[in-house]
Design a protein around this ligand. Structure first.
Ligand SMILES: NC(=O)c1ccc[n+]([C@@H]2O[C@H](COP(=O)([O-])OP(=O)(O)OC[C@H]3O[C@@H](n4cnc5c(N)ncnc54)[C@H](O)[C@@H]3O)[C@@H](O)[C@H]2O)c1
Length: 332
């Protein structure tokens, strides 16, 4: 049985705890938070031990893997500490707030030989895996144009009720670095590698230090071109759409569900799976299924049965794209 610890006992930590509890070959041992009261509450709710500190959790030789669910600005230092302590790591997105910090994590992974997976749970969704196979098979012909349209809405309270959301130091970015990273990661995964990206960001509707609106263009190594729209001020919030077009077909994804599909010039009727609205307006509308699949992949990789789908080098790719957009926006 693999023994897990969780650091940071907020909203997403509950998804991690539920996912660990669903694993057949793992148990949740304990949790830590910089607020001891938060750790106690969480431990009581999930039936595990409350560590007095992160250092105490890392010193516990029983713990095999740590889920890092702290505000994004702590991810790099928290992940490096866990790897140095000999733990495997499940690291929430974004893995770091800069490619330089991502590189420090990669170096530590390589040196310690411990495995780290960056949460990118949407890659594990059934329809996303299907689209990945279709693209690999050339089902859409030559892909020329892609679009990521993420017009989400976050109320002012989403930012004002949290000490770290919307701050440069701990969120590192907004509509792209916090919410948009999922869709950018999917573009990278499905159509990438992305060769270059540039765009413009703005803060228009919220009193925050990071962007709530962004537009960008991307160029894929294949030569295909893509458009990115990201917003957290598009009331009342729309489901994320990803559109991928080739000269023999296309796919339109609504959140992680295929909405329309044409393969080899023929429309394919797709049974509606009746998916939920996703996190277009409610960031807490998440299930733990895909997190569990990602943790299963980590444990299988530890045993050498599977390749890690989202290792630290994969996790860095979306950050590189977002960083390029931020830099180009600042220079324009
Ligand atoms: N994969 C997803 O779909 C998804 C969804 C939501 C959030 N996230 C990511 O999860 C992370 C946490 O987000 P959240 O919404 O759970 O935040 P949150 O504010 O609800 O929880 C953060 C928790 O971390 C604790 N904390 C803060 N600083 C700490 C420190 N230095 N050491 C230990 N604990 C500390 C806080 O007390 C709080 O309990 C973010 O990086 C976010 O991007 C991912």
């Amino acid at each position: 049985m693999y023994k897990f610890g969780i650091l940071g006992c907020g909203m997403i930590a509950n998804i991690h705890a539920d996912a660990v509890k669903e694993l057949e070959n793992a148990t949740l041992c304990g949790a830590a938070d910089h607020s001891p009261a938060a750790a106690e509450r969480f431990a009581e709710k999930h039936g595990c031990h409350a560590y007095a500190s992160y250092a105490e959790m890392l010193a516990d030789g029983e713990i095999d893997a740590v889920c890092i669910c702290t505000p994004s600005g702590f991810h790099a230092e928290n992940a490096i500490a866990a790897l140095e302590a000999g733990k495997h790591v499940v690291l929430e997105k974004p893995m770091a707030l800069s490619t330089a910090d991502a590189d420090r994590i990669i170096e530590t992974c390589d040196r310690t030989g411990k495995l780290l997976t960056v949460i990118s749970q949407l890659r594990f969704a059934k329809d996303i895996q299907w689209v990945k196979r279709l693209i690999a098979d050339g089902s859409f012909g030559r892909i020329s144009l892609c679009g990521l349209h993420m017009k989400y809405y976050r109320a002012k309270e989403y930012y004002s009720s949290s000490p770290w959301k919307g701050t440069l130091k701990f969120d590192g970015g907004g509509a792209l670095m916090n919410q948009g990273i999922h869709g950018i990661d999917l573009l990278e995964y499905l159509v990438g590698p992305i060769k270059a990206a540039c765009g413009k960001i703005a803060t228009l509707c919220h009193d925050i230090e990071v962007e709530d609106t962004a537009v960008a263009t991307v160029e894929f190594e294949s030569g295909a071109l893509g458009l990115i729209e990201g917003s957290t001020c598009a009331y009342p919030g729309f489901e994320r759409r990803i559109e991928i077009h080739g000269d023999e077909g296309y796919v339109i994804l609504r959140e992680t569900l295929i909405e329309k599909l044409m393969i080899g010039g023929r429309e394919v009727s797709v049974e509606s799976l009746g998916g939920k609205a996703g996190t277009a307006s409610d960031p807490t509308a998440l299930g733990c299924h895909n997190h569990r699949m990602q943790m299963e992949n980590l444990l299988a990789a530890i045993e050498g049965r599977e390749k890690l789908l989202v290792d630290c080098r994969e996790g860095k790719k979306a950050i590189r794209v977002i960083e390029s957009i931020y830099h180009s926006s600042a220079e324009a």
